[in-house]
Design a protein around this ligand. Sequence first.
Ligand code: NI
Length: 233
Amino acid sequence: MHGKGRVNRQGGAAARQARTFWVLMLAGVLMLAGVLWWAGKQAEVSQARFANLGGPFTLVDHDGRPFTEKDLRGKYTLLYFGYTYCPDVCPTELSIISETLNLLGDLRQRFRVVMVSVDPERDTPEVLKDYMANFGPEFIGLTGTPEQIRSMARNWRAFYRKVPGEGDPQAYTMDHTATTFLLDEQGNYVRHFAYATPPDVMARALRDIVGSQQARQEQRAQTTERAAQGDPS
Ligand code: NI
């Protein structure tokens, strides 16, 4: 009787320990699920915020030729809103993009850089052409009528406004969004980079994206090929 009781008590302690273990495990699993759900929700929110960026537009490039959303196809595009008279922000970001391309090696051939001028008053195609040449052959400046620019900026939720200078009415500056948007080879938004993201960080991200999109395309091509050959695997 006595011995059996002790076994039971010991058995009870072991069972309690096991119960505590499972309760903690369950709490841990629930907590992890909660964190994952929250992270997923956040990702969804930020996706939704940017999912419908872009759309049709008509502007003119720095050679005076029409440039529309169709001209964003065939290469990856780094899209930026700025202006040539910008004292610091634009030269900084465009230099960062230029340095990023230098880090990409052969991959740079798959990219173009487009700066949409938020200062069409001063940024004529000629002015833009001179300016963009400072950064590299992939750099294309776009301008247009104030209405065309406004519509394009609205498509990308880019903000800009004129800040009057002292005295000389031509000495104004522009406040503007300094985000760099990445578009895929179909001209669709992929992601964006905050102002002054370091070139090595940006280059790594671009490599990863091109690599993963390529892997997906190859996988799709293989699946299509197998399907065409009647192979069910
Ligand atoms: Ni600027």
